[in-house]
Design a protein around this ligand. Structure first.
Ligand code: KG4
Ligand code: ZN
Length: 324
């Protein structure tokens, strides 16, 4: 078994996976609701809350300690003070239990959320939509990760958070905006970003400004409906450019915002149009969680890719995002 720790942002999570059959042996996550009043994650507060939540979860896993073969932890990218809490605990566990330490890139973890209980596939397109990232990726036949497109400014999830803040809704904004959008109409006439450009990139900050200008003229529900429809349109426009002449025929969607059902629906339509199969993570494991980190760690364990305990290990930006 491998025990994995995730604390890159505002979720404290620990999972244990069986390396042989990939079964989930233990899973727990504590989300920090304390940030909601601030409209975003306060790093110092996140770090302090991890130091309370992580030991509380770890206590429940003691019975599995004799079965552990390795300790895994998210070491990048993320808030450095948050990453630090998980990495400190992982190092202490590895040292005291005399086990190897495996570091996992959080984004690789999100990709692995598509294959929690099965072999990892290759040769597919993957849309990564989280709070920190919005990217179209190609996982090549040799499991190399190629970044095909990314956002120039805000991420898809972040733009939901910022719109929620403008509308005096709480954090994280994604699920709340999606809920209000169901009750509203797409009547604000927002223009889809980079619509006429064949440039393969995303930009959400202009759309955020369109929302700001509409605040006094429309209801919250209609703003949410219009914003969400436009943001999803923008996502779909650019993916379609790749799907049109792609030789691979599978598309995965990962990251916290992949829980958005309106996004899933529109992408499903695109997949039908271009004869793609759509691969999704279970809703429970779309947002940050340690099970996806454990799944990614199984691969590294099999390749004997272990970390050096005497180095800092953490990085706020991705340094190890070349292959699954
Ligand atoms: O992957 P994740 O849990 O954390 C990061 O790695 O960033 O993603 C969190 C992001 C937040 O910005 C949140 O507002 C967004 O995902 N999100 C959503 C939805 N659920 C979460 N965005 C749109 N619709 C949702 N239903
Ligand atoms: Zn994430």
């Amino acid at each position: 078994m491998i025990l994995a720790i995730e604390s890159s942002c505002d979720d404290s999570s620990i999972a244990i996976i069986d390396t042989k059959d990939l079964k989930e042996v233990f899973y727990e996550k504590i989300s920090q609701n304390e940030h909601s009043a601030f409209g975003g994650v306060v790093p110092e507060l996140a770090s302090r809350l991890h130091t309370i939540a992580l030991p509380n979860i770890l206590k429940q896993t003691k019975q599995y300690f004799p079965n552990l073969k390795a300790i895994a932890v998210t070491n990048e990218p993320g808030l450095s003070v948050s990453l630090q809490s998980g990495v400190a605990m992982a190092k202490a566990l590895a040292l005291s239990l005399k086990l190897p330490l495996i570091t996992v890139n959080h984004l690789v973890g999100h990709i692995c959320s598509l294959f929690l209980n099965e072999d990892i596939q290759n040769n597919f397109l993957c849309l990564l939509v989280s709070g920190g990232h919005t990217q179209i990726l190609k996982i090549n036949k040799n499991y190399e990760i190629q970044i095909l497109a990314k956002t120039n400014d805000d991420s898809f999830g972040e733009s939901f958070d910022k719109v929620a803040k403008m509308l005096d809704l709480s954090y994280p904004g994604g699920p709340i905006v999606e809920e209000l959008a169901k009750k509203g109409k797409n009547i604000c006439n927002f223009t889809t970003p980079l619509k006429d450009k064949t440039r393969l990139e995303y930009s959400f900050s202009g759309l955020k400004n369109q929302v700001r200008l509409a605040l006094n003229d429309f209801s919250k529900n209609d703003i949410c409906a219009s914003f969400q429809a436009t943001a999803i349109n923008h996502i779909c426009d650019k993916i379609e450019l790749f799907m049109k002449d792609s030789e691979c025929k599978m598309l995965g969607i990962v990251g916290g915002a992949s829980a958005n059902l309106a996004l899933r629906k529109e992408i499903e339509l695109l997949c039908n149009k271009y004869n793609f199969s759509l691969k999704l993570a279970p809703l429970k494991y779309c947002s940050d969680n340690a099970l996806m980190i454990a799944r990614a760690a199984v691969l590294k364990y099999k390749r004997a890719e272990f970390a050096n305990l005497n180095t800092e290990l953490i990085s706020p930006v991705p340094t190890d995002f070349r292959r699954i």
